[in-house]
Design a protein around this ligand. Sequence first.
Ligand code: SF4
Length: 259
Amino acid sequence: MNDRKTLVFDIEKFAVHDGPGIRTVVFLKGCPLRCIWCHNPESQSFEPEQMASADGTSPPETVGRPMTVEEVMASVRRDKAFYDNSGGGLTVSGGEPLAHFAFTRDLLAAAKAEGIHTAVETSGFAPRERIESLLPLVDLWLWDVKAPPSLHEKLVGCPAESILDNLAFIAARGAAIVLRCPLVPNVNDGDEALGHIAHLAESTPGIQRIDIEPYHPLGEGKCRRLGRSEAFSAPFASDADKARWLDALHRLTSRPVHL
Ligand code: SF4
């Protein structure tokens, strides 16, 4: 029996935005990156954290619960009938699932063994060997495109090159891929950024679609609740921002774009 545990900070049931059909999304706590706009700052640390309640009056909650693969699977398999009826399944997200490599591998293998569709949402920042060994276990890669190479290190905390190489690697091996693009007005949504997304979509085989994820400022309040002194702040993306993104991407690529 595998009693390896990793920190899980949420299990979302009946999710419909993280892969096809009705899904269970398992969020693993810990990420090596530091996107300045991170909407889930409680997912960054690999340690449990105390987070003040949203209303400021209830006791703080502990974020991060150590769980085994079997404990997670007990929750995941409960909804198998919904997955089967909707074409859904399991999505492993984070934080960064590839930073929890052994756990993610074992969880995906357990789901596959039970005939459950698998997706991984990742920044793609991980050693090539990890990605290669997950290829047979992942039915769909939800691959983040966070910034063009010229801005990547400044906004995300690492250079883009190894991530782009990893994307080309899985594409060359026939992986099914959705590009997930968090867009923050006036931060990573300029012509260069939109052109980069479109170029990747056009030049990479296996891209099913582009998902745009408009910025929302939920992370700002969470940073304060975690006791952090600095928090990124920007307004919600406007309708005009979204229209401009869609217009540019529709002009630059024939891949489907979802907002
Ligand atoms: S990769 Fe995701 S979890 Fe990690 S810092 Fe960026 S937005 Fe946050």
